[in-house]
Design a binder for this molecule. Sequence first.
Ligand SMILES: C[S@@+](CC[C@H](N)C(=O)[O-])C[C@H]1O[C@@H](n2cnc3c(N)ncnc32)[C@H](O)[C@@H]1O
Length: 558
Amino acid sequence: MTPPMPRYVSEYYEALRGLEQQGARTEGALRVAFHTLLAEAGKSRGLTVLGEQTVQLANKKQIRFDGELKDQYKIRRGVWEAKDSGDDLDAEIARKIAAGYPTKNILFENTRRAVLIQNGERVLDVPMADRASLQRLLDAFLDYTEPLIEEFHRAVATFRQEIPQLAQGLTEIIAREKRENAKFLAALEGFLALCRASLNPQTSLAAVEDMLKQHLLTERIFRSVFNNPDFVRRNAIARELEKVVAALTSRSFSRPAFTARLDYFYRAIEETARTIDDYSEKQGFLHAVYEQFFQGYSTDTADTHGIVYTPAPIVRWMVASVEQVLQQEFSLSLNERGVQVLDPCVGTGTFILELLAQLSPSALAQKYAHELHCNEVLLLPYYIAAQNIEHEFFERTGEYHPFEGICFADTLDMGAHRQLNIFAPENTERIHRQEAAPIFVILGNPPYNVGQSNENDNNKNRAYPGVDKRIQQTYVKGSRATLNAQLYDMYVRFFRWATDRLHNGDGIVCFVSNNSFLHQFTFDGMRKELLKEFTRIYTLDLGGNIRKNPKLSGTTPD
Ligand SMILES: C[S@@+](CC[C@H](N)C(=O)[O-])C[C@H]1O[C@@H](n2cnc3c(N)ncnc32)[C@H](O)[C@@H]1O
């Protein structure tokens, strides 16, 4: 007996009939039906269909797909092209292939006929009105997996499972070396002192050991995926950590022998990365690796710091909105000399990358060298952001220049340690340069969390005396609420800090954040202050509140 046809197939035919009865003939009008069909059929395979995607080919030419299939690691698994019902499908296929459309797994259809090309060969050419043929087409298209990608999926799953064990192995090695290797202990304590002076006076030895472990476990990814063999030499913080690693390995611990256990995973990442020629796709893929790392390594770290990247459409919209407001309110533009921008919680760099992409070629060099700034407090995202931004500039100009606008620093603490060495002379210099910069736009996605969901957790957020005092003097003072713990949420602190960072001058603060400050009683004082401090406030309420829906954070495992 043949299995029953899934519901989405009949629904597709129904939707198509409905559209045709309305007189729809063009691909634009008809393709919604096939999009829905693909989306439904892809769901159970963990695939998502993204409509209207522009990608850049290796020769820099841009092409636009009607739809592409992405897996959970943001890897493209197939491309779909819709044509008008009256189009000559063969002529259209020839035109697209000549334009450079990838032929690994591409489906062309005009609602009458569909052609599936895999690895450059036509593997199916079917009448779409025939249900069984349509089902065969969908199965072949959606189930296509390159062996390399299959291998990669297996490797990521293994990696996530193995990371806790490998980290535990390193914990034991570190404990042994602390006992038996005086040189290492001195280097570790030196680094701890640096962290306490530079990032957080409450930094624990365990937190420093964590950084060391993260560095050891991921450094090769940065060298190879970004094709930047000089990463460790070029990055000031990586250089400092390498000194500790040198002490750690000065006795019996062999770094190559230890990381050899990760060879399988690294090789799969490297091989997969090599097959991805579109850099933005490579970034999506790195985001996924990064999330997997943190989820496997430490959900606590992911939770306290709000480790989650900002979706590209939101970033694009916010950068475009800043440009519009600059023009309307200040007759300025992001391209204008002197308009300095700061992302205070840069994560993997998405906002700065989008800014670079939107800047005009004539403004690019000046902005990159002097007018874009950002901070990150965690090692891994800091490494990723630095590499992403430098790579984007290289892509746009063909020149490598280190991005001096990024600081490894705690934004909410900026200005608290003016005289100190903040990790490395280069980082200290950058921080001082940022502090002196007349920032006009503050843009980003601050972390949101008022503490921990479990009060017994010991990774609560630290106190920030400077910002907290300003919150007390303003948002708390102006409030009629008696309970005000929520006013010390990280995202509120970032609003307070950013407003003060404009030094009572002109400027823009543009954040994507929790929406509690818009409606909740506790935030009445904050709303009053914001109305006093800004001449115009634009809000777009997407209905997001992390405490009402924890899965919004993206870090809470499903
Ligand atoms: C929501 S994420 C930002 C995501 C970023 N826009 C992206 O797409 O990758 C918040 C980031 O801020 C960082 N962060 C949290 N507190 C910080 C602080 N006090 N100073 C600097 N960075 C901080 C976190 O480590 C995290 O990477």
